[in-house]
Design a protein around this ligand. Structure first.
Ligand SMILES: [Mg+2]
Length: 293
C-alpha cells in the first residue's frame, strides 16, 4: 500500500529483511540549480539511496521523498525534478510510496529514504575484509569529480557529452552488487560516494585491517585522459562499488557489462597506503569535504 494512506505497508518475500537508507540532497551543498537540470537533481537524489542498497547487495523496493521548496520555486522545476526521479525509480522497479512536502524558508531541501530487501543475514557488510583479500572497484573513478569541477568553473562546453551524461545521470550498480552477493564473491562492500580514500578507510575501520592500493591499477574515468589520480582517489561523485574478495575467488573482469578492476589488497595492521612508481606512501582519507575546499 503506497501513497493515499497514512503509512505505506510493505510486504517482503519470506526469508528477507529490510535495508533502509536515508540521504539529504541540499541545494548549494549537494547540487546547484544553475549547473544541473532539475531532472538530473531528481535522478541523483534517488541514486544516492539506490547506491547504498547496491552496496549491501540488496534489491530496492520503495522510496520516500520529503521535499521542502521555497515559495519562488516554479512548478516546472518541480515537475522536471520528479520526472528525473521517477524515471530512475521505474527503471529499477522502485515505487515512490510516500513522503512529505513543505515550504522552505530558503533553499531546496530533499530527503530520500530508500527501502530495499535482501535475504536474511546475507547483506554484504563493510566489516568482512581480512588480510590477504583483494580490493576491487567497479567502473572507473574520478570522472564525476572532474566533470563537476568543469561545471563549477563554467567550462560546460569542454565536457565530452558521455562524461556529462555520466555525471548528470549515473547508473546505480544494483545489478553488480546483487551478483556479488548472490555468487558469494564479496567479503565486504561499500559504494564510492565520498571518494575512494575515504570509503576505503570506512571498510578498513569496520574490518579492523589495513590496505595497500597499487596506484597504477586504479581505473581513471572520463574521456580525453584529463582525469587525475588525485580526483580518482579523493573526488567522490562516481557511485561505483568498492569491495574485497578472498584471494581464491575468481572475480570476473565484467559483471553486467561493468568492468571490475583489482586495485590492491588488504593487509594486517591499520595503515592504508598507496604504492606508486615503486614507492609506498600513507593514504589519508581526503574525500568529499576536504577535497571540495
Ligand atoms: Mg554509502
Amino acid at each position: 500500500v503506497g501513497i493515499g494512506d497514512d503509512c505505506a505497508a510493505i510486504q517482503f518475500p519470506s526469508g528477507h529483511e529490510a535495508l533502509i537508507t536515508t540521504d539529504f540532497s541540499l541545494e548549494d551543498v549537494h547540487f546547484r540549480r544553475d549547473w544541473q537540470p532539475a531532472a538530473s537533481i531528481g535522478h541523483r537524489c534517488l541514486l544516492r539511496g539506490l547506491s547504498d542498497i547496491a552496496a549491501m547487495g540488496g534489491e530496492p523496493v520503495a522510496a520516500f521523498l520529503s521535499l521542502a521548496l521555497p515559495r519562488r520555486c516554479n512548478q516546472r522545476w518541480v515537475d522536471e525534478f520528479l520526472d528525473g526521479l521517477l524515471r530512475l525509480a521505474r527503471e529499477f522497479g522502485v515505487s515512490l510510496a510516500g513522503g512529505d512536502t513543505a515550504q522552505s524558508p530558503g533553499k531546496i531541501l530533499a530527503d530520500i529514504v530508500v527501502v530495499g530487501s535482501v535475504p536474511r543475514g546475507k547483506a554484504v557488510l563493510r566489516s568482512g575484509a581480512r588480510p590477504g583479500h583483494r580490493i576491487y572497484v567497479s567502473g572507473t573513478l574520478g570522472g564525476g569529480a572532474t566533470t563537476l569541477h568543469e561545471l563549477s568553473t563554467g567550462r560546460r562546453n569542454s565536457i565530452v557529452p558521455d562524461d556529462l551524461d555520466r555525471y548528470l545521470y549515473p547508473t546505480p550498480r544494483i545489478k553488480v552488487g546483487r551478483a556479488l552477493r548472490e555468487r558469494h564473491l564479496a567479503s565486504s562492500m561499500i559504494d564510492v560516494s565520498d571518494g575512494l580514500s575515504t570509503d576505503l578507510h570506512h571498510i578498513c575501520e569496520e574490518s579492523g585491517v589495513g590496505a595497500e592500493l597499487i596506484g597504477e591499477t586504479i581505473p581513471l574515468g572520463g574521456q580525453n585522459k584529463k582525469v587525475s589520480l588525485q580526483s580518482a582517489l579523493h573526488g567522490g561523485e562516481d557511485y561505483e562499488l568498492l569491495f574485497t574478495a578472498a584471494a581464491n575467488k575468481a572475480i570476473p573482469s565484467r559483471i553486467s557489462n561493468v568492468p571490475i578492476t583489482e586495485i590492491g589488497r588488504i593487509v594486517r595492521g591499520r595503515e592504508v597506503s598507496i604504492r606508486l612508481q615503486g614507492k609506498t606512501r600513507k593514504l589519508k582519507p581526503q574525500g568529499w569535504e576536504h577535497f571540495r575546499e
